[in-house]
Design a protein around this ligand. Structure first.
Ligand code: MCN
Ligand code: FES
Ligand code: FES
Length: 909
């Protein structure tokens, strides 16, 4: 222990610290300054930035014993407060940088140091600064951050009035369609929003800290687990194993389809008989401190019989491969697709046939906040589990039987989250903290470090795709055949549904009258497959969009021409045999045409022998909802202070549930004259909020938004007075009116049948991407110079949110195209190792054009969703642009420099 005497935000501090601790730990845990976030904990994200004597410091890797007496530290709390924000914080709010917000304090601190030394940076200098200082954001694609810093700099230089950073309420009071800042924005920009780890620090004394004993092999039989030594370690309260779990000790995957050969009960909460993947949890040490828990975890002895590990689908499909889950074949689900006439005769006669194979990789989600959660038993005997769940009601059903708890004795709560991008559509640690709380009777807290976060949460499942098109002389597509394999890792949850997505999205965007296809879901020992934003469509569209360019080339058509000829028009049907609800493609393609022609000209003009420039297109499409008659429930409640609360379980990964709820309710309640600041929203809690369904499948704006519209219109109907005004709370009470109004909404969808035919989604999002790239033929490095998206997301609720969704989704698509992967467990298990795009890895030029003249009948006030559209196919446009630039068709993503160089040497890559 050492004594340190320093200044934090101008306040003198004189404290005893453990010299081995990080500055972040001391700030957060000893001084309670939780505005400083810890993301990677490895010096790779900058979430933990603070200012030490005027210099930028990453406090997670900076030891407290390096802070000297008299030093001066500034944290986000010292920059500004919610009552008195710094212009940088105001600018972050104005520009919508506050998506999940987890990175915001670190960026604001970093920008403050930059502007203190360089008050007039160029955009490029700001980008370079964030790049070199490794400030990582997974949500925004950086453009809004650069915009915010440029505006704040202007204000600080006195060139812009600070009031310009504030939202100006339109005269008609309507916020629908505007850039009204989201309700949680100020808390995010000031570091005052408590995320899971912050809430964990604010738990009562005596909360147990958990550490996991995890598998370091990928496939094994468990012969024995010996916890005797670990139990005797200092500070240990209990070591929990599968023997302590009273229920079935399995997370149920809620099998979607009866033809699935598995039963969905394949993921242990704590391993009992087998290890199925690297990182599987075998025991949980519950101790007084995290350090003691970790030390004891080292002492748990696990005796294993190591089995052959099948790290990819082809390996697990080999004839001599063992069944990973004995009794269930490794190929456990087959999805067929039959639309129109048999395709074989068509392929035989068609004048043009193209066929190719593609592989889209295991993309890691790489949220800045690692997985975190806690559980306790409340005074009513209910097990409460707080986590990053984006499907609170769904996860309750998935974990309650495994824990052996009746559904009314367990409640799930969503904490404010630092992004999930879909990995939290699967339960992660809910079962673990739940099991620990039940076994100990104490509150239990668990946070994964970044390595655990990368290795022991689900990833995008790779697809191996074979695909064929047949076309006539004019370039009209006659038929498609697909044969694909989905590597879903060891756990089946949502694997069948993902395989169906291949049937729904390969060839989507085009009227293809005749299709035959087959998708197989394969169990492997690589990390389990979980949903990832745009779930299944990036794998599908990469294949069909690259093959579309191959077809165009074979026929001698332009890639734009073939798309325009075949895109959905009245009378067309999608691969599910369903007529699209709107036909925006022709207009969007017409709008992109001049940009595309100009971009081609520019590419031709600017290409050199060394730097080859190219241009590529792709069609983007994704459904809003979970297949079939998806539904949501919401309550609108009139409060004693005449505010209205939208009570819903619209989980917020960071996409903007707060704004979704407030924006939609405000539009619905406008006749009442209520201002948006008087509309409140709820954080999901299954014991308090109705089942609004999960925040997956870009469904919430459509489904929960519609339920909000209905609940609010019921309220309006009930409270309307004869003179056209509306009752306040006191009047409603004295008139005996209800104060709570229920809105339930179910869409008229029809799930796909065994042939992949149906009406799975009643609202879709549509788009067209244009990518412009430069390929360095000496290094093989690809740079994306510009991305354009023509976006039809129906009517826009909040423009700041939708712009942000699109920038961020495209950024992830660029990562998918060029760098991101999770194949090598060790190498790919950090942000840098996983190929995370920093500021200069992305273009500063992303153009978004909205097509709002296709309002959706079944979405609230005409809205469709937005979240997943921007990640459905940007990588396909980039793939096509790489080919246009240098003639290399990248069949296996990511398009790393090594691959592009090999392609330039003539190898198939
Ligand atoms: N919205 C709008 N106008 C529209 C459509 C949507 O203003 N016409 C707004 C909504 O109010 C909401 C946001 O856009 O704030 C996204 O709405 P929607 O498309 O309905 O998606 P969900 O709310 O169901 O969110 C889920 C979606 C998915 S599935 C993933 S994965 C995802 C995503 O959104 N993960 C994200 N966006 C993310 N953004 C961030 N920052 N972090 C994640 O983890
Ligand atoms: Fe410190 Fe990531 S750099 S948390
Ligand atoms: Fe930057 Fe979410 S807003 S990581």
């Amino acid at each position: 222990m050492i004594q340190r005497h320093f200044f934090v935000n101008g306040i003198e501090r004189n404290i005893i610290v453990d010299g081995n601790d990080s500055l972040a730990k001391v700030l957060r845990e000893q001084l309670g300054l939780t505005g400083t976030k810890v993301g990677c904990g490895q010096g790779q994200c900058g979430a933990c930035n603070v200012i030490l004597n005027g210099k930028l410091v990453r406090s997670c890797t900076f030891r407290i014993d390096k802070v000297n007496d008299g030093d001066s530290i500034t944290t986000i709390e010292g920059i500004g407060t919610p009552q008195k924000m710094h212009p940088l914080q105001k600018a972050f709010v104005k520009h919508g940088v506050t998506q999940c917000g987890f990175c915001n304090p670190g960026f604001i601190i970093s920008a403050k140091v930059l502007l203190d030394s360089n008050p007039s940076p160029t955009r490029e200098e700001v980008r370079e600064w964030f790049h070199k200082n490794r400030n990582a954001c997974r949500c925004t694609g950086y453009i809004p951050i650069i915009n915010a810093v440029m505006d704040a700099a202007k204000v600080l230089r006195g060139e812009m009035d600070e009031s310009e950073l504030e939202f100006k309420m339109p005269e008609d009071g309507k916020i629908w369609g505007t850039t009204y800042p989201r309700p949680t924005a100020v808390a995010k920009a000031t570091g005052t929003l408590d995320y899971g780890a912050d809430l964990g620090l604010k738990m009562p004394k005596g909360t147990l800290q958990l550490a996991l004993v995890q598998a370091t092999v990928s496939h094994a039989n468990i012969k024995n687990i010996d916890i005797s030594e670990a139990e005797k370690m200092p500070g240990v309260y209990k070591v929990v194993t599968h023997k302590d779990i009273k229920g079935r000790n399995r997370i149920t995957g809620l099998i979607t389809f009866p033809t699935n050969k598995g039963d969905g009960w394949d993921r242990p909460i704590l391993c009992d008989e087998k290890v199925f993947q690297f990182g599987d949890a075998i025991a949980i040490v519950c101790a007084d401190t995290y350090e003691n828990a970790c030390a004891a975890a080292e002492k748990v002895k696990v005796d294993l019989e190591v089995l052959p590990a099948y790290m990819s689908a082809p390996a697990a499909m080999a004839e001599d491969a063992l069944e990973i889950h004995p009794g269930t074949p490794n190929v456990y689900y087959v999805q067929n697709l039959e639309k129109g006439e048999p395709t074989a005769p068509i392929f035989e006669k068609a004048p043009y046939v193209v066929e190719d194979d593609f592989y889209v990789q295991r993309q890691p989600h790489m949220t800045i906040e690692p997985d975190v959660g806690f559980a306790y038993i409340d005074d009513n005997g209910v097990l409460k589990i707080h986590s990053k769940t984006i499907g609170a009601h769904l996860h309750l059903l998935m974990i309650a039987p495994g824990l052996g708890v009746e559904p009314d004795k367990i409640a799930l709560v969503s904490n404010p989250m630092g992004g999930t991008f879909g990995y939290k559509f699967c339960p992660t640690m809910e079962g673990l903290v739940g099991a620990a709380a039940l076994a100990t009777g104490k509150p239990c807290f668990l946070r994964y470090n970044y390595f655990q976060h990368m290795t022991y949460t689900g990833k995008r499942s790779p697809f191996f795709v074979n695909i064929k098109f047949a076309a006539d002389d004019e370039g009209k597509i006659l038929a498609m055949e697909t044969d694909y394999i989905v590597d879903h890792g060891p756990y089946s949850e949502f694997g069948d549904l993902l395989t169906l997505r291949g049937a729904q999205f390969m060839g989507a965007g085009y009227n293809i009258p005749n299709i035959r296809g087959r998708g197989q879901t394969v169990c492997t020992n690589h990390v389990w497959g979980s949903p990832f934003r745009a779930y299944g469509s990036p794998q599908s569209l990469y294949s069909s969009e690259l093959l579309m360019d191959e077809l165009a080339e074979k026929i001698g058509m332009d890639p734009w021409e073939i798309r325009y000829k075949n895109c959905y028009r009245p009378g067309s049907t999608n691969p599910s045999g369903q007529e699209p609800e709107v036909f925006s493609y022709p207009e969007m393609l017409e709008a992109i045409k001049p940009r595309y022609e100009e971009a081609k000209e520019r590419a031709k003009r600017e290409s050199t022998d060394k730097i080859k420039k190219g241009v590529g297109l792709s069609m983007a499409v994704y459904g809003c909802g979970i297949d079939g008659p998806d539904s949501s429930e919401v309550w609108a409640v009139l409060n004693p202070d005449d505010t209205v609360t939208v009570v819903a379980a619209w989980e917020d990964h960071g996409q903007g549930a707060d704004m979704g709820m407030v924006g939609t309710a405000h539009e619905a309640l406008r006749p009442m004259g209520i201002t948006p600041d008087r509309i409140r929203f709820t954080w999901p809690d299954t014991s308090k909020t109705p089942n609004s369904g999960p925040s997956g499948g870009s469904r919430q704006q459509v489904l929960t938004g519609s339920a909000i519209r209905i609940a609010c219109s019921e309220m309006l109907k009930s409270l309307r007075k004869p003179d056209g005004t509306y009752m306040n709370y006191a009047e409603a009470v004295s008139a005996g009116k209800p104060l709570k109004y229920v809105g339930k909404y179910t869409v008229p969808g029809v799930p796909c049948d065994e042939k992949g035919q149906g009406r799975p989604f009643v609202v879709y999002m549509y788009g067209v991407f244009l990518a412009e790239v430069s390929v360095n033929t000496e290094t093989g490095k690809v740079a994306v110079d510009k991305m354009t998206l023509m976006a039809d997301i129906g009517k826009v609720n909040n423009r700041l949110v939708t712009d942000g969704q699109i920038y961020g989704g495209i950024a992830q698509g660029i990562g998918l195209a060029l760098s991101e992967d999770f194949e090598d467990i060790k190498r790919h298990s950090s942000l840098i190792g996983g190929g995370f795009p920093y500021a200069k890895d992305l273009p500063d030029d992303i153009e978004i054009v909205y097509f709002e003249n296709y309002p959706r009948e079944l979405g609230p006030f005409g809205a469709a969703g937005v979240g997943e559209l921007p990640l459905s196919s940007p990588h396909a446009a980039i793939g096509n642009a790489i080919y246009h630039a240098c003639g290399v068709r990248v069949h296996r993503l990511p398009a790393t420099p090594e691959k592009v160089l090999a392609g330039l040497r003539g190898e198939r890559v």
